[in-house]
Design a protein around this ligand. Structure first.
Ligand code: SF4
Length: 490
């Protein structure tokens, strides 16, 4: 029995690409909400959908926990949740139905519910928690426990006479350190560990240091935190790292901030604290090319134990970066990649195709950038018009019935893009193939030059790149035929 059953709506089982990649991270945002409610005396339970087979699994949990309130609280720190995938929306609707059938009250929080309030409310959710959610949920729970109307609680949406009514906006939390540590004890950590170890031979956990991002990339949706940027103190983050290290001994951490270490002086202070407390765990984080060139950013990242930095590179065409209002230059991407490599830090490039105005020549520039910079990993996506963005406002008249991807491999531009959805899927495959071939060639050159025999991982990568080289002409021909592009350029 518990007062509140928490869950969230991201199912790895409903996202085949991510299921294949098998890099599961606990729903950190959900765990923050659980810990705050527990701190205020509520008994809480968690149904973690991430590793569940489908929404029907919640029935067994509902029948055993018999909660008064079910909260579908999405993980605001997971970029997969921010994609607002329709598979997950339908799973959320099913869970709402199962909960309501058992007489539970239901509240929902997340990016997609914020964008589709009416649909979630009509599906049976009684309240939507809009914006930063922990304190709204706490006040909502207090009202429901005392049989008071929560209509005066800031940050809620609900139905009144068939229409969506919203209470006043919830102000963001200025000091995230005021929140208790996320309730990782509610997660089946051993199951996560076993999946990671089986697939990758190491175990990675997630942690977050900030909320929000102050930049203005015009396709980037910020339905929960808006344009703010609030940080945990370096001391608090290091205390959490030390706890994680002591209690779970992961071999790796993912700092899942939109932008890691933006505040002036934060990174250097953080690196000092990590060293002072011996809290070091190899980690990956996300940053921007321009920030990585500031002060001693790269040196401080290295001191703190950084293993990989993912850069939101997006495009090798300055014209496209400017159209996106990215605020970075292609030159900065080259320079930041070089500096990170120089410090022995691995680099990932996020790339994005299909932004309005992107032509064949721009695509070639992106491929050239990947070849010349030589990142260690890439992530390829297609511009996705999400509500609340300038990009969405600009293209919304072009949108048809389909306004969300089904799962993360969808890649449908959903607007009148330069090329067809099939083209972008083929380009996605081609980009990965080319990347593997270039990477294999670099590794081969390094292995020939090195005195020692390469390790098994390197040999495997070289062998795989040979396979990709053999299948490359076919992948390129597919892109050319779908895009009616000039042959030979790619
Ligand atoms: S820097 Fe990253 S998180 Fe911030 S607006 Fe741009 S894409 Fe979004």
């Amino acid at each position: 029995m518990a007062d509140i059953l928490f869950t969230h709506s991201y199912f790895l089982s409903l996202d085949p690409k991510e299921r294949r990649a098998m890099m599961p991270y606990a729903p950190l945002g959900t765990l923050y909400a659980c810990s705050l409610l527990r701190q205020h005396g509520y008994s809480v339970a968690l149904f973690d959908t991430l590793l569940a087979e489908g929404p029907g699994e919640i029935i067994r949990v509902l029948d055993s926990v018999r909660p008064k309130l079910v909260v579908i609280y999405d993980d605001d720190f997971n970029y997969l949740t921010k994609m607002c995938l329709s598979n997950m929306r339908h799973a959320a609707f099913a869970m709402i139905r199962f909960a309501r059938d058992r007489g539970c009250r239901v509240a929902v929080h997340g990016s997609d519910p914020g964008d589709h309030a009416l649909e979630y409310l009509e599906a049976g959710a009684e309240y939507l928690i809009v914006g930063e959610g922990e304190h709204t949920l706490l006040e909502l729970a207090e009202c429901l426990s005392a049989n008071r109307s929560p209509s005066g609680v800031n940050g809620l949406a609900f139905l009144r006479d068939g229409k969506v009514e919203r209470s006043a906006k919830r102000e963001p939390l200025h000091d995230p350190d005021a929140l208790p540590f996320p309730a990782r004890d509610l997660i089946d950590v051993n199951r996560y560990r076993a999946l990671w170890m089986k697939r990758h031979a190491y175990f990675s956990m997630n942690i977050v240091t900030t909320r929000g991002c102050p930049f203005h990339c015009n396709w980037c949706a910020k339905p929960v935190y808006g344009q703010v940027y609030h940080s945990h103190s370096p001391e608090r983050v290091c205390e959490e790292m030390a706890r994680i290290k002591r209690e779970y001994t992961p071999g790796h951490l993912w700092f899942c901030d939109d932008i890691f270490g933006l505040r002036p002086g934060w990174l250097s202070h953080f690196a000092d604290e990590v060293v002072r407390r011996s809290a070091e765990i190899p980690f990956k984080c996300l940053s921007r090319a321009d920030l990585l060139l500031k002060d001693d950013a790269v040196r401080d990242l290295k001191r703190a134990g950084c293993q990989t930095v993912w850069i939101g590179a997006e495009s090798g065409s300055q014209k496209i970066l400017d159209a996106m209002e990215k605020g970075t230059t292609v030159q900065q991407i080259y320079e930041a990649t070089k500096r990170l490599h120089g410090a022995g830090i691995r680099v990932g490039h996020f790339l994005q195709y299909g932004y309005p105005g992107e032509k064949w020549q721009d695509i070639e520039m992106t491929l050239r950038m990947v070849k010349e910079c030589g990142p260690d990993e890439i992530g390829v996506s297609v511009s996705y018009p999400l509500p609340g963005t300038k990009f969405y406002e600009r293209v919304k008249k072009e949108l048809g019935d389909k306004r969300n991807w089904i799962d993360s491999r969808d890649l449908d531009p959903m607007i009148h893009a330069e090329y067809s959805p099939q083209f972008y899927r083929a380009l996605h495959r081609l980009t990965h193939k080319k990347f593997r071939v270039w990477q294999g060639m670099d590794l081969l050159k390094q292995s020939v030059a090195a005195p020692a025999i390469p390790d098994r991982r390197t040999l495997r990568r070289i062998a795989l790149s040979a396979y990709h080289a053999l299948t490359l002409p076919r992948a390129a021909a597919e892109v050319h035929s779908l895009g009616r592009a000039p042959a030979g350029g790619l």
